[in-house]
Design a protein around this ligand. Structure first.
Ligand code: HEM
Ligand code: HEM
Length: 294
């Protein structure tokens, strides 16, 4: 539990403020369940989804789900921020999202129901599971990769920073080995080989956009060893500083590949969670209409 609510590391999603929500959720959930169980036991043949208490619990569950869905709307209506910070909305999102499951269990009297209800159960379960999965990733991944990503660049600026690294590297190699496509016959062996290595391997990797294959090659290549080896060749003995800069550019580019990958994981799961929550809304309405009118 300590690690779940620990205060270590930046931007935790599960911090100590969750304790309050946890307690409130358990108390509200426990009382609601107790009330339902007593009512259910006192109802001959057991309660149903369409009974008064069944409907009340259906509405409570729906209310929790709608509240959870409002997290999306918060983006479009920043004024709602007056009610609470995004973190407050997110905490409510998580705990009320979980609580909705209990209300719906009572509403359905622990039954699966017909095809529509079964589909609804499935979508609800997947929504909650994908939410939990995403939360876990947001919590765990940055720490796992934290050692590799120390100077984080804002995500939107990554392409720009990559371009800068490429330009700087071009300049470095130009400085050492002359302009691109200029004849290399007169150059010493070290400079000739550096030019070839740069143009054939490093530059394509540095110039590759996003997380494409070339940049991944960069992580597989042993750039440091190759550059060290080149530095011992004639013509490059005195260029240690430039070579070190070149190597450092490749290292930075590689770190950005990792950061982009992390970003993709942290945001990709929402492409599952959000459509599921939309499906929940649609199916829920189908269920309500069909249950009430047919
Ligand atoms: C994810 C959300 C929901 C699930 C999984 C769900 C599931 C179910 C199930 C399994 C039943 C049959 C229960 C029984 O046999 O007694 C049922 C019945 C019913 N539900 Fe829901 N329900 C959900 C949300 C709602 C909501 C928000 C409402 C509207 C207030 C609602 C209205 C009804 C009604 C009126 C019935 C009675 C149908 C009948 O007796 O023929 N449900 N629901
Ligand atoms: C009925 C249940 C739920 C619904 C309808 C729902 C819906 C949504 C929606 C629409 C978003 C996108 C918000 C945005 O546009 O920024 C979202 C985000 C998220 N949801 Fe849920 N969700 C539900 C339950 C849960 C649960 C149970 C958890 C965790 C255990 C969870 C965790 C998250 C997280 C971590 C985010 C990302 C928030 C962020 O980083 O900005 N959700 N959810």
């Amino acid at each position: 539990v300590k690690s779940l609510f620990g205060a270590r590391g930046p931007a935790l999603l599960l911090d100590s403020k969750h304790k309050t929500w946890l307690v409130v959720t358990i108390v509200v959930g426990g009382i609601s369940w107790g009330v339902y169980a007593v009512w259910d036991a006192g109802t001959p043949g057991g309660s149903t989804g369409g009974s008064r208490i069944g409907l009340l619990y259906g509405l409570l569950g729906a209310g929790c789900m709608v509240f959870a869905g409002l997290l999306s709307a918060l983006r479009r209506f920043p004024r709602w921020g007056m009610l609470g910070s995004r973190q407050w909305w997110l905490r409510g999102h998580i705990w009320l999202g979980l609580l909705s499951v209990l209300f719906i269990f009572c509403h359905a009297n622990y039954r699966f129901g017909g095809p529509i209800e079964i589909a609804l159960w499935l979508v609800l379960a997947l929504t909650v599971l994908s939410g939990g999965f995403g939360l876990l990733m947001q919590h765990v991944l940055p720490r796992l990769l934290g050692t590799q990503i120390d100077n984080e660049v804002p995500f939107e600026q990554i392409p720009h920073v990559c371009l800068e690294l490429l330009r700087k590297s071009d300049k470095l190699v130009e400085l050492l080995c002359g302009q691109e496509y200029a004849p290399t016959e007169g150059l010493p062996a070290g400079k000739r080989q550096l030019r070839a290595y740069y143009e054939e391997q490093l530059r394509p990797a540095l110039a590759a956009k996003g997380r494409s294959a070339d940049t991944l090659i960069l992580s597989g290549m042993n750039v440091a060893a190759k550059i060290k080896q080149l530095g011992q060749l004639p013509g490059l003995e005195a260029s240690g500083k430039e070579l070190a800069d070149l190597e450092s550019n490749c290292k930075k580019r590689r770190a950005l590949v990792e950061q982009e990958r992390l970003h993709a994981w942290l945001h990709g799961w929402l492409f599952v969670h959000i459509p599921l929550s939309a499906a929940l809304l649609v199916l829920g309405m189908v269920h309500v209409v069909s249950a009430l009118y047919f």
